[in-house]
Design a protein around this ligand. Structure first.
Ligand SMILES: C[S@@+](CC[C@H](N)C(=O)[O-])C[C@H]1O[C@@H](n2cnc3c(N)ncnc32)[C@H](O)[C@@H]1O
Length: 205
């Protein structure tokens, strides 16, 4: 979307130039743990701003089809090249789409956000929340790995986040909090700066 500010040079250039310092180079440990303990909803899952998409791949199985959404064409092509021959590849796909304008044919049972909310200026956050509400099925779950709760910068990305910022956006939009806890499995450089929030979109209002 034209009025949403991108980081200097734009996201596509960051991928072209390999300026992707946020990339862990592997699936996010807490996501691996949630998969291994069967703690995620099945059905249709979405990872907006998925980057390389390690989390997309680890979450995908015969009971859960995962879509990794990316604005960057370079990132999507790279992910398809990296992962398309994996045994579970028919259970995930990477799409080059803008989260803020994309109109999928079906809604989702699970949306996972890591390093995406913090990628936008605070004034964009109400639009982020509206899209989450629109894209989830009633009873669906939004998982927000909230980062950076401290440190970070006032801008450019990552923009610092707070639990209350999420609550103020999501609670008026039919979401209820299932849990908000420290991420004990945060990567070493992000320890103490992350919480995992699990939000349910109410079945009816
Ligand atoms: C900070 S990175 C995080 C990537 C990934 N979630 C991770 O943690 O490794 C944010 C990503 O969102 C993508 N992005 C930015 N705006 C987007 C939009 N409107 N729709 C889809 N993806 C977007 C960028 O290209 C970038 O790869």
């Amino acid at each position: 979307m034209d009025h949403i500010k991108e980081p200097p040079g734009g996201w596509e250039n960051m991928w072209v130039e390999g300026r992707t310092l946020w990339d862990l180079g592997e699936a996010t440990p807490i996501v691996v743990h949630l998969c291994e303990t069967s703690s995620l909803p099945n059905g249709r899952a979405l990872v907006p701003g998925c980057g390389t998409g390690y989390d997309v791949v680890v979450m995908a199985n015969p009971d859960r089809h995962v879509i990794g959404l990316e604005l960057s064409k370079t990132s999507v092509e790279r992910s398809m090249k990296m992962f398309s021959s994996l045994p579970n590849s028919k259970h995930f796909s990477f799409l080059k789409e803008d989260f803020f304008t994309w109109e999928p044919t079906e809604k989702f049972d699970l949306i996972f956000d890591y390093n995406f909310f913090c990628a936008f200026e605070p004034k964009v956050r109400p639009l982020w929340a509206k899209r989450m509400q629109e894209l989830l099925n009633p009873g669906g779950e939004l998982i927000t790995l909230m980062y950076p709760l401290s440190g970070g910068t006032p801008g450019p990305p990552p923009y610092r986040v707070s639990v209350s910022a999420y609550e103020e956006l999501l609670i008026p939009l039919e979401f209820e909090v299932n849990s908000i806890v420290d991420n004990e499995l945060a990567p070493a450089t992000r320890k103490g700066m992350e919480k995992i929030g699990r939000w349910k979109k109410k079945k009816s209002v």
